[in-house]
Design a protein around this ligand. Structure first.
Ligand SMILES: NC(=O)c1ccc[n+]([C@@H]2O[C@H](COP(=O)([O-])OP(=O)(O)OC[C@H]3O[C@@H](n4cnc5c(N)ncnc54)[C@H](OP(=O)(O)O)[C@@H]3O)[C@@H](O)[C@H]2O)c1
Length: 332
């Protein structure tokens, strides 16, 4: 029998994930519900692609209010949580995820806040009920970081992590580096292109990078750190002069998140050599894992947008595989 999935949050990612599931991209999963802020639609027999074309609020049977009753009443087996990242509470996603895990319902999410703010509590809950909690989409968009550790690096030890984890700030710093723009001009350009939010505080003040770093530190390195443990400096005070002087010296200013070998977490603008593999430009992200045996391993890719769907769907595949519902599927 197929796993019954609820996609909670029907925005940029939710729409794409829901369409992929409704079109059968992951065998063994049936999309039975989707929810947005105003309410949800529940079709026990499965939602069709046609139903997902327009506004779900205009579909017959649209229910106003929270879809949490679907979790409480055992109407779904898998929660795909894609509501907005909310600091400092992590809500409403945190409550949705706890409700699911405590009932043994598996969870896949790209929402950073609950994983960064309550990692220990959520993983303990998931262990106690046997429910899966997968969150590859929270860090590095389509770059497999958490699952790389889980599937490919079990025989090694991650000693430290260093990376560019935010595409918006990297775009701004790249434009300052290559075009000599001021911070203010580069930010305005990024906002006009839709790369930066109207309120860019979380990105430019380093909080988005800090949340992602925290997720990597706790999940990949097995630490137990909280947001208060991260020393955070953003890029709003980086001047055009500083960027230009760095460039003359063969360096670039980058917003780097790092976990040191002694477990200290820092987010700050740093000088990076142009030939360092993490010195990527534009909206790209790059992360170097320093491994005890294998040495440095750097992954580069798009850190947000459509590539994130790849990570989410891969996590969904993982749930289906672990739950033994892939029988007869191709590509396993
Ligand atoms: N977009 C990316 O590239 C990216 C990459 C990595 C991670 N993420 C994270 O993934 C999550 C989703 O991102 P997104 O870009 O898809 O966001 P989005 O486009 O802003 O969509 C958010 C969706 O959540 C819905 N929502 C808000 N509050 C809700 C609630 N209480 N219950 C149910 N639904 C609710 C919104 O409803 P309405 O439609 O009614 O407004 C909207 O459909 C966020 O946490 C984001 O930080 C995004």
């Amino acid at each position: 029998m197929s796993l019954r999935a609820l996609v909670n949050g029907y925005g940029f990612l939710g729409r794409r994930v829901a369409r992929a599931l409704a079109s059968g991209k992951v065998p063994g999963v049936k999309l039975v519900a989707v929810a947005r802020s105003t309410g949800y639609i529940h079709r026990p027999g499965g939602l069709t692609l046609e139903e997902l074309e327009g506004d779900i609020a205009s579909l017959e049977g649209f229910v106003e209010g929270s879809p949490i009753s679907l979790l409480e009443d055992g109407k779904v087996d898998l929660l795909i949580e894609l509501t907005p990242t909310n600091l400092p509470t992590g809500e409403p996603a945190l409550t949705h995820i706890k409700t699911a895990l405590s009932r043994g319902i598996d969870v896949v999410t790209a929402n950073k806040a609950p994983i960064a703010l309550a990692y220990r509590e959520l993983t303990e809950l998931s262990r106690s009920t046997g429910a899966l909690l997968l969150f590859e989409g929270t860090v590095g968009g389509g770059i497999p970081l958490v699952s790389l550790r889980r599937f490919c690096l079990r025989g090694d030890e991650v000693l430290s992590i260093r990376g560019i984890l935010n595409g918006t700030t990297n775009y701004i710093l790249s434009r300052m580096h290559f075009e000599g723009l001021t911070f203010e001009l580069a930010l305005r350009e990024a906002q006009n292109l839709g790369i930066a939010e109207r309120d860019p505080t979380l990105d430019i003040e380093g909080y988005d990078t800090a949340l992602k770093l925290l997720i990597l530190a706790n999940s990949v390195m097995g630490l137990n750190r909280r947001l208060e443990d991260v020393r955070i400096t953003g890029i709003s005070r980086v001047t055009a002069d500083a960027v230009s002087l760095a460039k003359e010296a063969g360096l670039a200013v980058k917003l780097i998140g790092s976990v040191s070998p002694d477990g200290h977490l820092t987010v700050a603008p740093r000088l990076v050599k142009l030939n360092d593999p993490i010195c990527v430009h534009g909206t790209l992200n790059a992360v170097t894992f320093r491994l005890r045996t294998a040495g440095d391993l750097t992954l580069i890719g798009e850190g947000a947008g459509e590539p994130t769907v790849t990570s989410i769907l891969n996590d969904v595949w993982e749930v289906v595989t672990v739950r033994g519902r892939l029988t007869g599927a191709r590509g396993t």
